[in-house]
Design a protein around this ligand. Structure first.
Ligand SMILES: NC(=O)c1ccc[n+]([C@@H]2O[C@H](COP(=O)([O-])OP(=O)(O)OC[C@H]3O[C@@H](n4cnc5c(N)ncnc54)[C@H](O)[C@@H]3O)[C@@H](O)[C@H]2O)c1
Length: 356
């Protein structure tokens, strides 16, 4: 790959620094500009990553810098207008942060935008490239635990769409990305807010996948050992992913462990990448490598918009299920695609009327 891509970041807050450091590690990225409405954040970002140009208005940045690639690192509410503005300005590739969209109404709009402009969008669902996750997927798809029956993701905090976006996406990934055919969910909304929208304190979401596999996601206030557990149960065994790095594989021949953190230097050599600082950001390096290969005409990566939209549709359906107290069938029909606001905000309003 010899092309150099003129690249910009919109939204220069916390996660933008991970994008910038990943870009800095790649020889084909020219990090040319940043845009943020907060002048102090923008200045700190530019200084840290030695970014030549800065803008308060991202549309002005698009017009003047004409970036080929853009990272969108703002909250969900701004993603659709920013995706649209970037694609219409001729941007070829976008890494968009999760949660991908703000409302069910934006789902068909973004699909149409991709069809019309050919813009290549990937989501910051970098956990798909975690070594333990890639290894578990390989074992599941290779038949190690027989036919998958159930996939579980349970986390301390994070809600249906903030951390749920990662895990609902990851749960599909681990079992080979089947379609989600229905969703049943409930939330405990108090007064929480996160990233500019209402945020549930606890949430459960049951998914049914094509082929009959079930998926159970929980995000709760009760602290879990390791904060997260992911489990795949099959007809002949199971795989537990403890934290995000260790596997416990149970099957007819007994139980064995794979500690992918300890084995990590070997894994690194196999991936042919330099170890970043902190090391766990390697997932971003793989994401960037796969995304650039796609922009260059290669295959769509695991984190492409097609996959991300399915996770997005599933958590949107989860909110609709909690609002309407019924099972929601996917793909969402036209009547469910009319809601044009963060559905968690609707739930928060309903929850504030505790007389019901
Ligand atoms: N992939 C991951 O693991 C991961 C990790 C952290 C955050 N995130 C996601 O990234 C997004 C941003 O989170 P964060 O923690 O970086 O938030 P943040 O508040 O630190 O940064 C957001 C930035 O966007 C800027 N902004 C707001 N409106 C803007 C506009 N019109 N134009 C340009 N900039 C604007 C803000 O001034 C702020 O600097 C969230 O959706 C969050 O869920 C993803």
């Amino acid at each position: 790959m010899s092309t150099t891509y003129r690249t910009a970041i919109v939204g220069c807050g916390n996660i933008s620094h991970t994008h910038a450091s990943t870009y800095r590690r790649h020889p084909c990225i020219d990090l040319a500009a940043g845009a943020d409405i907060d002048a102090e954040r923008l200045a700190a970002f530019r200084e840290r990553w030695e970014v030549p140009a800065g803008y308060g208005d991202y549309r002005e940045m698009l017009a003047e810098v004409k970036p080929e690639l853009v990272s969108i690192c703002t909250y969900a509410k701004l993603h659709w207008p920013m995706l649209k503005a970037c694609a219409e300005a001729g941007v070829r590739g976008i890494i968009c942060e999760k949660p991908m969209l703000n409302s069910p109404a934006e789902l068909p709009l973004v699909r149409e935008l991709v069809d019309q402009t050919g813009v290549k969008i990937v989501l910051g669902h970098m956990r798909r490239y975690g070594m333990a996750h890639l290894r578990a997927r390989e074992l599941v798809l290779g038949g190690e635990i027989g036919d998958p029956i159930l996939v579980v993701g349970t986390l301390t905090g994070g809600g249906l769409a903030e951390m749920g976006s990662h895990w609902i996406d990851l749960m599909r990934h681990l079992i080979g990305d089947p379609e989600v055919v229905s969703v049943l969910a409930q939330t405990n909304m108090q007064d929480g807010t996160l990233c500019g929208h209402a945020q549930e304190d606890d949430a459960v979401l049951l998914m049914e996948f094509a082929g009959g596999i079930k998926g159970l996601f929980e995000s709760g206030q009760t602290t879990l050992k390791d904060n997260v557990l992911t489990l795949i149960v099959g007809s002949q065994g199971s795989i537990q992913i403890l934290g995000e790095d260790d596997l416990v594989i149970s099957g007819p021949d007994g139980v064995r462990k794979e500690d992918l953190m300890v084995e990590q230097p070997e894994q690194w050599k196999a991936l042919g990448l330099e170890l970043p600082e902190p090391w766990w950001n390697y997932k971003w390096d793989i994401l960037l490598r796969e995304y650039l290969a796609w922009v260059d005409g290669g295959e769509a990566p695991l984190t492409c918009a097609d996959q991300a939209l399915k996770a997005t549709e599933a958590y949107m359906a989860g909110y609709l299920s909690a609002i309407r107290r019924e099972k929601i069938h996917l793909p969402l029909p036209g009547k469910d695609l009319t809601l044009d606001e963060w559905p968690g905000d609707v739930l928060a309003r309903l929850a504030s009327d505790r007389s019901v």
